[in-house]
Design a protein around this ligand. Structure first.
Ligand SMILES: *Cc1c(COP(=O)(O)O)cnc(C)c1O
Length: 476
């Protein structure tokens, strides 16, 4: 009988890790040298017992992980893992199905098929749309934009699967300068250069201006993809889909939406108005590993024109149809062999139900508002963006009368480092409208009122230490 010692060890260590999230420093404290020294060295010729391997991993990395699974990690946009999603993820590894084809993983194929239908339903996107569970929003963009590229070139009389891009009509991608870098990279993978990405004008809150979009569209008859945003990562700015999408469609453009976390606001009645009209788009990319709180990694691509999606992804000639009615993920995903990452999505959705997802969105947004507005009340702190969803911005000010923006930037950077070093909470920096700011993102199901209070106390402490004459913010 095989011994499961290494699995027991991992399970106990995982439980210990999760139970310790409340008391351990949020920030990893090991240095890169520490980690290399402990983990590195030559690969020996002799192997080790599984248990020893796991023990070594645990011992070498115990101070090398951030507490991002916990409730006081507000950096970037990083969700935690719901208990059922984490457990389902472990089982996904244990079952070890190759979720490329129904034939390789029957239950995995059906679970993902159902999870995808649930996601579309929850996000109120067209029922007829197809979907794929990708590694993240980056590959979801790639999948959606590949579908877009094929479809709009087809309309221009060019078969990209047959003829490639050499000599094809040039496509342009109209988008705002606030777009996420993953759009640029997806475009690059698909054979578009930077020149193909054309920025359109935005208003003061970073939303694409209808007039600017109309002008750009009328400017040229080129095949066009318009990329809009359902929450940018600084202030969760939503484009006005209701106004913009009809303009784009009128000119025959394909509209793609980056809704990495923001699309989940559709699960809440309170916030649904933010995405009003988003269902008119042609494709949507989102993440399950952010607001839905499944373990890394899982993104979701959704495409209205399922034929375009399938043509862009499948490796089978369209005249070969499998004799089974089952869903083969390889027809929709850019990967060949793949992990059945939709199983964790299925679990998360069952655990939460519709009400639970709505509650998660509303609760975390409430925490974000509370946290940012409370910080904004502290002396020397300026609230740069009051959260209307789950993202907000604050800036720490240099007290000197003569202080310039560059001084405030420096103070902001040093206070954020001081807060993070304190270990009670973890935030990241961003640049918004040319100013350095501390970004506050709340998307973790674990974040509680108590966590918010602890984070505010940690910021107060960092500010008080500065008052006490430590040299934070003074040295360059
Ligand atoms: C995180 C994020 C992405 C990239 O998603 P990945 O899952 O990291 O690939 C794209 N757009 C926005 C707005 C994001 O927040």
């Amino acid at each position: 009988m095989e011994s499961f010692e290494s699995l027991d060890l991992a399970c106990n260590a995982a439980k210990e890790w999760l139970a310790g999230l409340d008391s351990r420093p949020v920030m990893a404290t090991a240095s890169v040298e520490d980690l290399r020294r402990r983990l590195g060295g030559p690969l020996g010729s002799a192997g080790k017992q599984p248990k020893e391997v796991i023990e070594h991993l645990l011992e070498s990395t115990k101070d090398g992980h951030h507490g991002s699974a916990g409730g006081r990690f507000f950096a970037w946009v990083i969700g935690g893992s719901l208990p059922s999603a984490l457990a389902a993820d472990w089982l996904t590894s244990a079952w070890d199905q190759n979720a490329a084809l129904y034939a390789c993983g029957p239950a995995a194929s059906v679970i993902e098929e159902i999870a995808g239908e649930w996601v579309k339903d929850l996000l109120q996107l067209p029922r007829e749309a197809s979907f794929a569970f990708t590694t993240g929003c980056q590959l979801a963009h790639f999948t959606c934009l590949a579908s877009a590229r094929d479809a709009i070139l087809e309309r221009a009389g060019w078969n990209v699967n047959e003829s490639g891009l050499f000599g094809a009509p040039e496509i342009r991608v109209l988008t705002s300068e606030h777009r996420h870098g993953s759009i640029d990279r997806a475009a690059r993978f698909l054979g578009f250069g930077n020149r193909s990405l054309v920025s359109i004008g935005t208003d003061r809150s970073g939303r694409v201006e209808p007039r600017a979009l109309r002008a750009a569209l009328h400017d040229s008859r080129q095949p066009t993809i318009v990329v809009l945003s359902a929450a940018d990562l600084n202030i969760a700015a939503f484009d006005s889909f209701k106004e913009l999408i009809p303009i784009a469609r009128q000119c025959g453009a394909w509209v793609h939406v980056d809704g990495a976390f923001g699309l989940f606001s559709r699960a809440s009645e309170q916030f649904r108005h933010l995405t009003s009209g988003v269902d008119l788009a042609d494709s949507w990319a989102t993440d399950a590993h952010k607001w839905l709180n499944v373990p890394f990694d899982c993104g979701i691509a959704i495409v209205r024109d399922r034929i375009a999606h399938r043509n862009a992804m499948t490796i089978r000639a369209s005249y070969i149809t499998g004799d089974s009615s089952a869903r083969d993920q390889i027809d929709w995903n850019p990967e060949w062999s793949r992990r059945a990452r939709g199983i964790a999505v299925y679990a998360a959705l069952r655990e939460l139900g519709r009400d639970g997802v709505a509650d998660l969105v509303e609760r975390t947004s409430g925490h974000c508002w509370h946290l940012v507005t409370e910080l904004g009340r502290l002396p020397g702190v300026q609230m740069l963006w009051e959260p209307h969803l789950n993202q907000g911005l604050v800036r720490f000010l240099d007290h000197r009368r003569s202080a310039t923006d560059a001084d405030h930037d420096r103070v902001t950077e040093s206070i954020v480092s001081a807060i993070n070093a304190d270990g009670e909470a973890f935030f990241s920096l961003t640049t918004w409208e040319g100013k350095r700011a501390m970004r506050v993102s709340v998307v973790n199901w674990r974040t509680s009122e108590r966590d918010v209070e602890r984070a505010i106390a940690a910021v107060r402490r960092a500010l008080a230490r500065r008052e006490d004459g430590s040299d934070i913010g003074k040295a360059g």
